[in-house]
Design a protein around this ligand. Structure first.
Ligand code: GLN
Length: 552
């Protein structure tokens, strides 16, 4: 990788978003919301994230560590914030939109081994910082704005090279092309009945210590910040009071762009860059989304039978996609998180008795699989709408194999050797004109079947009706696959393989004949759902759940 050069970047402007005081303040949502607001003024945006941790990507991390792994069309396993970016801006994220310390160092060290730095001492500054700057500015296509979020909190040791890199970028690009937004916390202390600004002041000082002066401060708080306090924050941080924007807790995350707009955040950003904001930007779709969420006409309850139900971030896109299905049907979707373990073996399925739909999401490993198979059986027998996603589809197929096709030893080779591996390790598959090959015991990082793959649906299937087409493309992330050798046997028993890979080798969609709504998909449709364009499968699933709720 050559040393960083500013010239190749075109005219794109960069907005860097950092966070302070504590993590989890919603930097991702703030970045996504600002992106959506700039779009409402007619500008094109790209939203990126720099993650300071040492993993090369989050693909090998437990969902309990890092929440959901968001997969892009081009097969990158990325931070869940990229899901927010896509949901708010509609711009499909790519591998070049998320980079970690691990990936930067892999790259720099590989160059060192190749001899690219021959004769030189390889150092954090300038080699690592140059690599970060190159990543931040690579693969752009004339976007008006890049919003670049820095993971972690100002003051973290591991974040320093990233802050140094964006400081340098700010200098290289100049203030005409770069801006810094800092998100902090203004906590309310109930003992004294006051909002406190000191943590924000400290956080900004910490940022200034590394040479970055924020141009806009976004203050997360649980109530309005009085004018006097806003002035106090502004004064101590060298800002105008209007550059201190409050981010008050909201009942729905889709209210965030509207709240920011009301305080004129994007107008300030545009004026900072010498651009005139539109007097009347188009925010109708955001108003409509919020209205539908706040004033739904119906309500359904969907059980999500999973293994990481204690941490909803592990199923971030899934939860959102279900709510999008609700938006499509003007219905509130109540989520009932059910730990699959509770009805493993002969445990009670009481938790499923009163729900209107059952969803078994993606997952890994044997723990909880019995419960998921049981949930699929319950939905099949009781004719409750059922949606199986990736692992969920695999478990539904195992249930159908055992109970409908009479293959009592049906199982998945993910759980160890198995007499009838209805679900087996995927060792070879087509990707465009290439053949991908894997073997048992190979590397775990980045080696699954990842990213967008096409599938063909049978014309008269429910899936084709729902999609309104027979050719689809969806994102994948799995190592195991329903074994096509059992297709005939399972179809004879009523489980139709109505969606296949174009070479007919890999089952992509299954449906249960004679059931009101029983669909299993090998891919992750939740990753492509947007509040203003709910994914058709989720819209249809919630419509079926609504029907079900009317039956009982
Ligand atoms: N563990 C399964 C596999 O690797 C399913 C993965 C998933 O649900 N994303 O095939």
């Amino acid at each position: 990788m050559p040393p960083f050069q500013c010239e190749g970047i075109g005219l794109t402007r960069f907005i860097f978003i950092t966070g302070g005081v504590v993590s989890s303040l919603g930097k991702g949502l703030t970045s996504a919301a600002i992106g959506a607001l700039l779009q409402a003024h007619g500008y094109t945006v790209r939203v990126r994230k720099l993650d300071p941790y040492l993993n090369v990507d989050p693909g090998t991390m437990s969902p309990y560590e890092h929440g959901e792994v968001f997969v892009t069309d081009d097969g990158a396993e990325t931070d869940l914030d990229l899901g927010h970016y896509e949901r708010y801006t509609g711009v499909a994220a790519a591998r070049s939109d998320n980079v970690t310390t691990g990936r930067i160092y892999s790259e720099v060290l590989a160059q060192e081994r190749r001899g690219d730095y021959l004769g030189g001492t390889v150092q954090v500054v300038p080699h690592v910082t140059d690599a970060i700057k190159n990543f931040t500015t690579a693969d752009l296509h004339g976007e008006d704005f890049v919003l670049c979020e820095i993971g972690g909190t100002v003051g973290d040791i591991e974040g320093l090279p990233f802050l140094e890199a964006i400081r340098q970028l700010g200098y290289d690009l100049g203030p005409d092309r770069s801006m810094f937004v800092h998100l902090t916390l203004v906590p309310y202390l109930s003992a004294v009945g006051e909002l406190k600004t000191k943590p924000t002041q400290h956080s900004v000082k910490e940022l200034q210590r590394v040479g970055i002066r924020p141009d806009i401060l976004v203050c997360r708080c649980d109530r309005d910040i009085p004018e006097g306090l806003r002035r106090k924050i502004a004064l101590s941080c060298n800002l105008k009071p209007e550059a201190v924007v409050q981010a008050v807790d909201v009942d729905t995350i889709y209210q965030v762009p509207l709240d920011y707009h009301q305080q004129g955040i994007e107008a300030q950003i545009l004026r900072y860059f010498g651009l005139e904001p539109k007097p009347d930007p188009d925010l109708d779709s955001w108003h409509e989304i919020v209205k539908r969420i706040r004033k739904p006409e119906g309500e359904v309850t969907v059980a999500i039978v999973g293994k990481y139900t204690g941490l909803h971030d592990a199923y971030k896109s899934l939860g959102e996609a279900l709510h999008h299905g609700g938006i499509a049907n003007n219905t509130r979707v109540k989520l009932e998180w059910v730990e699959a373990d509770v009805f493993g073996g002969n445990g009670s399925v009481q938790a499923l008795e009163d729900v209107d739909g059952i969803l078994v999401p993606g997952g890994f490993g044997e723990r909880g699989s019995d419960g998921k198979i049981r949930a699929a059986r319950f939905a099949r027998e009781r004719r409750v709408p059922f949606f199986g996603i990736c692992f969920g589809m695999q478990m539904a197929v195992i249930d159908a194999a055992r109970e409908l096709a009479g293959i009592s030893t049906a199982g998945s080779s993910e759980f160890g050797p198995c007499k009838d591996p209805i679900v087996g390790l995927l060792t070879e598959w087509r990707q465009g004109d290439d053949v991908q090959r894997r073997q048992a015991g190979g590397n775990l990082g980045g080696t699954m079947r990842l990213g967008a793959y096409p599938a063909l649906l049978e014309k008269d299937s429910l899936a084709a009706k729902i999609y309104g087409t027979t050719k689809i493309s969806e994102r994948h992330r799995h190592r195991y696959e329903v074994n096509v050798n059992y297709k005939e046997q399972l179809e004879a028993a009523g489980l139709r393989f109505c969606g296949m890979s174009p070479d007919k080798a890999l089952p992509e969609v299954v449906e249960l004949e004679g059931h009101p709504w029983f669909v299993g998909v090998q891919f992750h449709p939740e990753l492509k759902s947007r509040p203003f364009a709910p994914h058709p499968l989720f819209a249809s699933f919630i419509a079926a759940a609504l029907e079900q709720s009317r039956l009982v």
